[in-house]
Ligand binder design. Structure first.
Ligand code: NAD
Length: 484
């Protein structure tokens, strides 16, 4: 879905805006439901947008006027939730579209939030750390003043160009200007672990991308339709973007036995059909400042051309609108796994589906971030680390079970044998274990749900995911008694 145009209103004769494209997807899926038109219109609408401009005095003394936004698409469940991106193309239409995707994404994976999204129109690489801190703190101050942030109102998270550092600044600013002392930690997620973050959040979106791809590859009949064998192991992969989502998706795919044959970053891309070693490539980029000239790999100066490399799975995990009507006919991957938001325009979507590619849509596939953000929010509100109350208890339980087995069998285990078996089974789940298993279950369950809808209605996975989301949001509205 393209993010190029700025005007929020889509004229049907002109190229659709990003929000227009999301709504087009919505309409396509809504045709498979029987909800009243008014209800569908309400679900589609973006409820509130706060647009702000404020000055920043640069370190050289000049003044920049910073443009920023926060869109809250739907309050059918509260709080609303969505990342904040720092990117030079951010605009009102884009945050509206991304906030709508958040509403549908949360519904697909049963995370009880409405959708929101924020953006600041800057290239974060052009600003010093101190300037970024001032930009972030002022943005948070503006959100607080207008009631666009709060543990039960709207909870931001990281997105393109932001991470735990920015989330810590947001928390600190909210704490200093807000009145909510008890639950303030839950005003933002994706925080550093020492500041109320949850273990596993940093890698969550990439890990979720891996779980989603693995689930899709588990269905032998679906793989057969693509001319592929079952499972992730041995599949060739190209990843675009080695940031938070792309890096971790590539890491877990590699650990799962896939072969990374192409990696693309902003300065160029590299290709090796025999496989690249991710960690080595990352170290090479750190030491040379570029992904290019990695030993044994072929350089691709025009990074976008990496999308066209022969591979089984293509993971666009950088920005939106990168697979278009122009390059889609040259894309060879059989599975397009949308790590980024909106990487495939609607024109490209049709072209890829026509040639029978499997597109695992963003609205499902990159939901790992918000899922683990939900776990972080719960941790902050409960004021206790996941697993803290049960870890030792679970360990003792294992010992009790072994003792019971001893008693029932009438044989005593030799003490060293007992200790060995005990050490194998007696471990209580740590916070990270619980977070990752919650994420795995969420991604697997949601995939099965949308796959079932895909087969039931004979539609593509994106439409199936939208049908699932529309039905769930509609149920919420109906249960509120607003619609029949
Ligand atoms: P990030 O800033 O951590 O990383 C993005 C990476 O893409 C950077 O390394 C950047 O250099 C690279 N990049 C930029 N332009 C490129 C180009 N033309 N070709 C190749 N690489 C390029 O951002 P992120 O958090 O990983 O987000 C990436 C995408 O995933 C965005 O669309 C975002 O909305 C989506 N997403 C992120 C999260 C999350 O938890 N961070 C959750 C859901 C969706």
């Amino acid at each position: 879905m393209s993010q190029e145009t700025a005007a929020p209103e889509a004229d049907s004769k002109k190229k659709l805006t990003f929000f227009g494209e999301v709504n087009q997807m919505f309409d396509k899926a809504a045709a498979y439901t029987s909800h009243p038109e008014g209800l569908l219109l309400q679900i589609k609408a973006c409820n509130s947008v706060y647009r702000m401009e404020y000055p920043l005095q640069r370190e050289d003394g000049s003044i920049d006027v910073i443009q920023a936004y926060r869109a809250e698409h739907s309050q059918h469940k509260l709080p609303t939730k969505g990342g904040i991106r720092y990117e030079s193309h951010v605009n009102e239409d884009e945050v509206m579209a991304l906030s709508a995707l958040m509403t549908y994404k949360c519904a697909v994976v049963d995370v009880p939030f409405g959708g929101a999204k924020g953006g600041i129109k800057i290239d974060h690489r052009d600003y010093s750390e101190t300037e970024l801190e001032r930009i972030t703190r002022r943005y948070t101050f503006e959100l607080t003043r207008k009631n666009f942030i709060g543990p039960g109102i709207d909870v931001p998270a990281p997105d393109y160009g932001t991470g735990p550092r920015e989330m810590a600044w947001i928390l600190d600013t909210y704490n200093s200007v807000g009145n909510d002392t008890l639950n303030a930690l839950a005003c933002v997620t994706g925080k550093p672990v020492g500041q109320g973050g949850v273990r596993g959040r940093t890698e969550a979106t990439g890990l979720g991308v891996f779980y989603g791809i693995r689930e899709a590859c588990r269905f032998a009949d679906d793989m057969e339709e693509l001319g592929l064998s079952e499972g992730v192991e041995g599949k060739s992969v190209v990843v675009q973007g080695l940031g938070n989502v792309g890096y971790f998706a590539a890491k877990f795919l590699e650990e799962g036995g896939a072969k990374i044959v192409g990696l693309a970053e902003i300065e160029g891309a590299i290709h090796n059909p025999d496989g690249l070693n991710l960690e080595d490539v990352v170290n090479h980029r750190k030491s040379t400042g570029s992904i290019l000239h990695y030993p044994g790999a072929t350089n691709i100066e025009n990074s976008a051309e990496a999308l066209e490399l022969p591979c089984d799975i293509l993971v666009p995990a950088a920005l939106g609108g990168v697979i278009t009507g122009e390059n889609a006919p040259r894309i060879k991957a059989k599975i397009i796994a949308e790590g980024a938001n909106g990487p495939v325009t609607s024109e490209a979507d049709s072209l890829l589906l026509d040639r029978n590619a499997l597109i695992i849509p963003d609205v499902y596939l990159n939901a790992g971030g918000v899922t683990v953000s939900y776990f972080e929010w719960l941790r902050n509100l409960s004021h206790v680390r996941h697993g803290r109350m049960s870890k030792r208890f679970e360990e003792r339980n294992a010992e009790r079970i072994l003792r019971a087995v001893e008693k029932l069998s009438g044989n005593s285990f030799k003490e060293d044998r007992f200790d060995k078996v005990l050490s194998e089974i007696a471990f209580g789940a740590s916070e990270e274990d619980l977070v990752n298993s919650g994420l795995e279950e969420t991604m697997a369950y949601a995939y099965r749900e949308i796959r079932e809808l895909r087969h039931k209605h004979d539609v593509d996975l994106r439409t199936a995911a939208f049908i699932s989301a529309i039905n769930k949001v509609a149920t919420s509205y109906k249960q509120m008694g607003i619609f029949p």
